[in-house]
Design a protein around this ligand. Structure first.
Ligand code: HEC
Length: 128
């Protein structure tokens, strides 16, 4: 009786371990399948969506007294200001559609998700 009980315990423990291991595997897969490819443009604000990509890919050249082409793109106010009067130029630069110099200069073209987000940010009224 005693040994039967402990082997039942062992089996239960193994099952719990298995579920935990495969459960977390499944979760990881779910994240990489849906977390990365998903592009949610329903609520695009500057700080939640635009700021990280501008900081990473544009602010390095477009800020300060030596800003490239004198164009400031590093925070909400500067991006909104430039976008307001040069919308087609700014959007064209990240779309690489031939209407402006391709940006980020010397870098990789933005993902469709980043480009769509920028367009949505404008469509939604350039919210902070
Ligand atoms: C490595 C430096 C560098 C980076 C990074 C960079 N730019 Fe530029 N940008 C320039 C330079 C230099 C110019 C002047 C035009 C040229 O040389 O192509 C320019 C010009 C522009 C123009 C005017 C284009 C035109 O045809 O008049 C826009 C708009 C622009 N950049 C937006 C951006 C955006 C948006 C990003 C980020 C996605 C970015 N830039 C990243 C250097 C950079």
């Amino acid at each position: 009786m005693g040994s039967k009980r402990s082997s039942t315990k062992l089996i239960s423990a193994s099952l719990i371990a298995l579920v935990t291991v495969f459960g977390s595997c499944y979760y990881d897969k779910y994240e990489s399948l849906y977390g990365v490819t998903k592009c949610d443009t329903t609520n695009v604000g500057y700080s939640n969506v635009i700021s990280p990509i501008i900081q990473r890919d544009c602010a390095g050249c477009h800020s300060g007294s030596g800003a490239s082409a004198g164009i400031q793109l590093y925070d909400y106010t500067s991006v909104k200001t430039y976008m307001s009067s040069n919308k087609m130029r700014l959007l064209g630069s990240v779309k690489w559609d031939g209407t402006a110099s391709n940006m980020p200069k010397g870098g990789n073209k933005w993902s469709n998700c980043n480009i769509n987000s920028m367009q949505s940010w404008v469509n939604q009224g350039m919210k902070p």
